[in-house]
Each structure stands twice: as C-alpha cells, then as structure tokens.
Ligand binder design. Structure first.
Ligand code: HEC
Length: 189
C-alpha cells in the first residue's frame, strides 16, 4: 500500500488534467482543490486502516476493511452533497461500476499509465449543468496483488468468492491501473 498511497502526498506535482480532451468544461479550480483534499483523506484513512489490519490480523481480516470500512469512510466524507467512491473498469463490487464518463476517463488513465509507468498522478474533472465531478487514478501497488493479482492465496480467494460472486477485479499486474477515486458534488448545495 505504501507505494500506491505515498504518491498522493505529492498531489498536483505530476497531475495531468485530461478534461480538455474529454469535455469542453473542466470543473472550477476551487472544486478540484476541495476534491483533491477529500480524496486525500479517503486514501490516507484507507491506507492506514488496511495496513494496520494486514499487520495485526492478516489479509483475511483486511478483506473486511475493504468490504465494510471503505464504503463507511466514503459515506462519512459524503457531506454537503459530496459523493465519494471508488470505481474501475473491472470491479469487485458491482456497486462500484463506472458510468459513462467514468469509463471514458478510466480508459484514458489506463492508456496514459501504459505509455508512461512513472505517471502515478492522473486526474480529470468535469462540470455539467447540475454537478461537478472529479476522478483520480489508483495504480496497482505491490500490496494490492494479494487480493487483486493473478495468484491469490486459497483462504483469501474463498472469502472473496463468497462475498463477491461476480468478482472481476483480479489478474492485475504491478503498475496497472486498478481503478480511480471518483467524486461528485451537486451544484447549489
Ligand atoms: C485484503 C484484500 C485487499 C487488498 C490487499 C486490496 N484490496 Fe482492493 N478491494 C478489496 C475488496 C474486498 C474490495 C471490494 C470493496 C467493496 O465492497 O466496495 C476492493 C475494492 C477495490 C476498489 C474499488 C473498485 C472495485 O473493484 O470494486 C479499488 C479501486 C481497489 N480495491 C483498489 C485497491 C488497491 C489500489 C489496493 C492496494 C493498495 C487494494 N485494493 C488492496 C480487497 C482488497
């Protein structure tokens, strides 16, 4: 998890704004800055909880962190009309499935990551009539492979299959795009 989440502490340094090529209107700077902050909080809390649990109780218990704690943390951040979540092209939890804009952005993130493995900071934003949206790429780090790689240990695999019978989020390699944080805020709240 270190490799992945440490990249978030250098927010903005390598950030690419991909919005221009996707849609005419990127979200305003004030929203993007707020969104980065919200995303940073979620990333940090998740990283800490996941690392602590992996260390003290092992990967089986850590599955429950991802299963229960991740959605709870996202919920806590979802104040004032903010909706914070995670999405991907291949999802473990079908509730995290990408909508059309997210899918488009994820494809661009994946392409950018493949062309330049060092690019760990990819973001995109969008303003529509009724909301602002923001996404930031999540690359696959070493620690992710235990649950998202192509050889998942037996007890973990069994537990994952029980919780997520339609799991698509396996077979990732180090450095692949795993998914993205995704944030939206209704206008006028
Ligand atoms: C202990 C097992 C475990 C580890 C380690 C793990 N994950 Fe997950 N991951 C899960 C589970 C379980 C879910 C489903 C969570 C839910 O129900 O929303 C998930 C969901 C996700 C999602 C949301 C999209 C989806 O597939 O539903 C992303 C993005 C994600 N993980 C990224 C990562 C990254 C990046 C790492 C490494 C830093 C990582 N995960 C490490 C178990 C794990």
């Amino acid at each position: 998890m270190n490799a992945l989440f440490s990249s978030f502490s250098t927010l903005g340094v390598l950030a690419l704004t991909m919005t221009a090529s996707l849609h005419a209107a990127p979200a305003p700077d004030s929203f993007v800055q707020d969104a980065r902050m919200q995303m940073g909080q979620l990333g940090t809390s998740l990283q800490q909880t996941l690392q602590q649990t992996m260390r003290s109780e092992g990967p089986l218990a850590a599955i429950d962190v991802c299963h229960q704690v991740a959605p709870e943390l996202a919920e806590q951040l979802s104040e004032k009309g903010w909706q914070v979540g995670r999405t991907a092209l291949k999802v473990r939890n079908p509730d995290n499935r990408a909508d059309e804009w997210e899918q488009q952005v994820l494809l661009q993130f994946a392409e950018a990551l493949a062309g330049n493995p060092d690019t760990s900071q990819l973001e995109a934003s969008l303003e529509t009539d009724h909301e602002y949206r923001y996404m930031r790429a999540i690359p696959t780090g070493m620690a992710c492979l235990a649950c998202h790689g192509d050889s998942i240990a037996e007890p973990i695999q069994t537990r994952l299959q029980a919780l997520y019978p339609d799991d698509e989020a396996v077979g990732f390699q180090l450095g692949d795009l795993r998914g993205a944080f995704t944030i939206r805020q209704q206008k006028g709240l």
